[in-house]
Design a protein around this ligand. Structure first.
Ligand SMILES: Cc1cc2nc3c(=O)[nH]c(=O)nc-3n(C[C@H](O)[C@H](O)[C@H](O)COP(=O)(O)OP(=O)(O)OC[C@H]3O[C@@H](n4cnc5c(N)ncnc54)[C@H](O)[C@@H]3O)c2cc1C
Length: 501
């Protein structure tokens, strides 16, 4: 008898979502997490009384999370308190102008009218087409199994409106943006989200062009920090017998005759199971945990062909004062061309870009309890994406100068005089991300996503090469993100429940 029905490697959002659902279906399930906390990229660590979010800083598109809790027969609000953030974003343009987009679409129309009356008509078209697209196709695209052409065709047959939107997948993000807007400021305000999917506007799929609209359905911050989401999912799963073990690093997936039957931990302990789910990067799963000698040639070639997604250094700032900001998130924008330039002229050449474009998150605006009384937190993402291996240098050496440049940027563009209010500053470089999460090259979304790496072009949720092996999380369809990885956990659980219960 195996020790467990299912072992899940990694307590990220995909792993915990999948694990809690299969535990509910009656499978004796164990999650193994190498770090001392759950949540991976969506977690929170404490330093000198400040609770800093490791990576993810907001939740947009809450449908997969709500669906997960419905499938668990639990009320999401009993487990995770989501605080709405309105305005969605405040923007600071290159010339220092500030404006904000409220959640309300009509109110946003008024903001756009003031900046670029010529784009009001485009905004109205964008919002009406986009809301219909989101409402009619989001569940189908996110929550359907899309491992094969056959499954994709079945999804299209069951959801005809999706077919109408299919060409959008094969357009670029910037193509979609430019077809609705002509004003560079407005274009920039809806184009930077392509980096949320890990690609510049000229490479990102057009479907991500509508992230900017999905945000008007509401963006949220969980009380207690981003870790409250994986903790809430884990708590609901544990009510169905789910076990989660932290400080448990998996070294190997046990296989025989190309069938998974358990894992070996770093200390040599073997734990057996009927099936294994990996929430870890797909290349690590196949090439390190299983090893090339246990894989067919086509699988080695296939998995090796993916590129890692971009890394993103983060600056965590503890402030002794309240920052003078207008929203939970502030974006310092640049033009679409400059967003592409950061990628082409710097990131891919191994050079750290020097740009003002950045994203500043102010979590204590929503939840003051994250910092000591009267103090605040800014989680700050600048000069990103930055290469994992800076040409002729390394991040451990660059860390201090990088931190100083980031604070200078904050001082110049966001909060003049910020230095005198700083209590602590911590930097997480791509190397730090790699060490903390064991994510190769510190990539923040697992594998790179563009038009050619979605759906059946991404590693499958149910492995074709290894029987009883399943994958979930950002390496699988639809890539990185809080909603997408929760959705991937739901999809993977459906395969497992179909195959094993
Ligand atoms: C800087 C940054 C900012 C982001 N901002 C946002 C945002 O604002 N909104 C949004 O929607 N998304 C955001 N994301 C993306 C989102 O957080 C991630 O895509 C998502 O949380 C990843 O979930 P996952 O299921 O792929 O698991 P991961 O978070 O990748 O977790 C995998 C887990 O596996 C564990 N693990 C690795 N190796 C082993 C091993 N050998 N044994 C055991 N355990 C192992 C890791 O420790 C980790 O806990 C951001 C990500 C980053 C890094």
């Amino acid at each position: 008898m195996p020790d467990y029905d299912a072992i899940v490697i990694g307590a990220g959002l995909g792993g915990l979502s999948c694990a809690s659902l299969i535990a509910k279906s009656g499978l004796k399930t164990l999650v193994l997490e190498q770090s001392d906390i759950v949540g991976g990229c969506c977690s929170t660590f404490e330093l000198k009384g400040y609770k800093f979010d490791v990576g993810a800083s907001l939740v947009e598109v809450t449908r997969p999370l709500e669906t997960l809790f419905e499938m668990l027969d639990r009320k999401r609000e009993d487990y995770i308190d989501l605080i709405p953030c309105d305005p969605i974003y405040s923007f600071i343009t290159e010339d220092g102008r500030r404006f904000s987009y409220p959640t309300d679409i009509e109110e946003t129309t008024k903001v756009i009218e003031q900046i670029a009356p010529e784009d009001v008509e485009g905004w109205k078209r964008f919002s009406s087409i986009g809301i219909e697209m989101i409402n009619r196709s989001m569940d189908a695209i996110m929550l359907s199994p899309l491992n094969t052409f056959k499954e994709a065709m079945l999804m299209g047959i069951k959801n005809p409106p999706v077919l109408r939107y299919l060409p959008t997948f094969f357009r670029t993000h910037q193509g979609v943006v430019r077809s609705y807007y002509s004003n560079p400021t407005i274009q920039a305000s809806v184009a930077y989200q392509s980096y949320f999917a890990g690609a510049p506007p000229e490479l990102g799929s057009g479907i991500f062009g509508f992230i900017a609209l999905s945000e008007h359905l509401g963006i949220y911050y969980p009380k207690g920090g981003m870790i409250a989401i994986p903790q809430g999912i884990m708590r609901a799963g544990s009510e169905y017998g789910l076990e989660v073990r932290t400080n448990a690093k998996v070294e190997k997936i046990l296989t025989q005759n190309r069938t998974a039957f358990g894992v070996m931990l770093e200390d040599g302990t073997e734990i057996t199971s009927r099936l294994v789910v990996s929430n870890v990067n797909a290349q690590v799963t196949y090439l390190k945990f299983i090893r090339p000698e246990n894989l067919p040639e086509w699988a080695i070639k296939g998995i090796a062909s993916y590129k890692p997604s971009m890394p993103c250094p983060m600056i965590y700032v503890g402030l002794k004062t309240k920052p003078d900001l207008d929203a939970h998130h502030t974006v310092i924008t640049g033009s679409i061309d400059s967003m592409n330039e950061v990628w082409n002229k710097y990131y891919v050449l191994g050079i750290i870009p020097k740009t003002a474009m950045s994203l500043v998150c102010w979590p204590t605006e929503a939840d003051p309890d994250l910092a000591p009384e009267g103090h605040h937190i800014l989680n700050f993402l600048c000069n990103a994406p930055a290469p994992y291996a800076p040409l002729g240098d390394n991040w451990d050496r660059l860390k201090d100068s990088y931190r100083e440049e980031a604070i200078d940027l904050l001082d110049k563009h966001v909060m003049p005089g910020v230095r005198e209010h700083i209590d602590i500053v911590e930097v997480s470089t791509p190397l730090d991300f790699e060490r903390r999460l064991l994510q190769p090259q510190g990539s923040i979304y697992g594998l790179f996503s563009d038009m050619t790496t979605l759906a059946m072009f991404r590693p499958r949720s149910r492995s074709k090469a290894i029987k009883n092996l399943y994958l979930t999380g950002s390496s699988t369809h639809l890539g990185g993100g809080v909603p997408t990885t929760i959705a991937s956990g739901i999809v993977t659980s459906r395969y497992i429940i179909r195959d094993h219960t």
